[in-house]
Design a protein around this ligand. Structure first.
Ligand SMILES: *Cc1c(COP(=O)(O)O)cnc(C)c1O
Length: 390
């Protein structure tokens, strides 16, 4: 059976160039980058080269990059590290209803510690209202956290506008750019970002490595205490192979914007148009233009997303129902719910996340097998027969 992987928003394959660059750092170059002897020095040089590569990807300076273990750690460090850094009287944080659980659950944790939180709602396309954001700002607001691109729907927030608002009010701005890297240009200067999270395994580097961009002058209390690694912002011996891989993936990500993204976008559009022309009563979730080029989230009335995924999987197609981090909890996606989508439609949503390995044949195969799957499930659905009868 052909296997088609369309879940690149959950994770991506490690790229060959990335893996090859990493391998020597498991064997010959095993030293601790903090050691001053020969075994440490060359490793430390490789780490600093990777730091430069990640910085270049974001238009940042190398000393503004803190390596972490994942996107979730980067988000936690940005939020908790910021709140801890400020005085107890300055404790108001603004975020949005569609953030990744790593942000939303950090915010809930902070709330229990007495931090005031405003969670901004989104409209039917998954966008926040910038006027509402301005109104939410208070004298004690220290941080706005708003993601760059949504992992479930692909909707892109107007980060530069949010950054400008934060700058005008002298509030720090954190953005979770985990899904945006390698898919849209990400520039911390243009968007006036102070803190930015990224994760290796979402763009061709391995699992277990991430980074937080910390603008110069942005104080942060560490989450992990210990040695003086990462200029005191994150203790622990560095994951050298992962960091080297992250550096190579960062270079490839920049090249991909011209080399891969237009092709992936065309394939996504082909999938979307094909589904809309072959299947009735479908809703595309997310902003139709301001959207990650690889992401398509669709709802099929009267049936359950989980059932569609099982049938797709039986034919070798891997897709998902929104966030992988939520797939073991029942109930609808908090993102689709926040967009005000009718609960039955929300329950029938599935997400396709295309990647560099996706080709036209894959898309055409999905377009061939999906309509009969939807028809079969609708024929079994009590909601569908009710509608036909009524
Ligand atoms: C995957 C993801 C994360 C979490 O990254 P991990 O490295 O898996 O912890 C955070 N934010 C978004 C938007 C994501 O898609």
């Amino acid at each position: 059976m052909k296997r088609i992987y369309l879940d690149n928003n959950a994770t991506t394959a490690v790229r060959t160039e990335v893996l090859e660059a990493m391998l020597p750092f498991y064997r010959e170059q095993f030293g601790n980058p903090s050691s001053i002897h020969w075994a440490g020095r060359s490793v430390s040089e490789a780490v600093e080269e990777a730091r430069e590569r990640v910085a270049r990807l974001l238009n940042a300076r190398p000393e503004e990059i803190v390596f972490t273990s994942c996107g979730s750690e980067s988000n936690s460090l940005a939020l908790r590290g910021s709140v801890d850094f400020f005085e107890a009287r300055d404790r108001h944080v603004i975020t949005t209803a569609v953030e990744h659980p790593a942000v939303l659950n950090s915010v809930r944790f902070l709330e229990k510690q007495g931090v005031a939180v405003t969670v901004l709602p989104v409209d039917g396309d998954g966008l926040v209202d910038l006027e509402q954001l301005e109104v939410a700002i208070r004298p004690d607001t220290i941080l706005i956290s708003a993601m760059w691109g949504n992992n479930e729907t692909g909707t892109l927030f107007p980060v530069a506008e949010i950054g400008a608002i934060a700058r005008r009010h002298k509030i720090r701005f954190h953005t979770d750019a985990v899904q945006a890297i390698g898919r849209v240009p990400v520039d911390v200067q243009a968007a006036e970002v102070d803190l930015l999270s990224l994760s290796g395994h979402k763009f061709g580097a391995p699992k277990g490595v991430g980074a937080l961009y910390v603008r110069k002058g942005t104080g942060l209390t560490p989450l992990i205490h210990g040695g003086h690694q990462e200029r005191g912002r994150r203790a622990g011996t560095l994951n050298v192979p992962g960091i080297v891989g992250l550096g190579v993936a960062s270079e490839l990500a920049t090249a991909d914007l011209d080399r891969q993204v237009p092709r992936i976008r065309a394939l996504r559009d082909r999938l979307e148009a094909g589904i809309l022309s072959r299947i009735s009563e479908v809703r595309v979730n997310g902003h139709r233009q301001q959207r990650l080029p690889n992401t398509l989230n669709v709802s099929f009335a009267y049936i359950e997303g989980e059932a569609i995924l099982l049938f797709l999987d039986m034919q070798g197609v891997a897709a998902s129902s929104g966030s992988a981090c939520m797939s073991d909890s029942f109930g609808n996606s908090h993102v689709i719910d926040a967009m005000g989508v009718d609960p039955m439609m929300a329950n029938s949503s599935i997400r396709f996340g295309l990647g560099p390995d996706t080709d036209e044949e894959d898309i055409d195969f999905v377009l061939e097998i999906l309509p009969p799957i939807i028809k079969k499930l609708r024929d079994m659905s009590p909601f569908y027969s009710e509608k036909a009868a009524g």
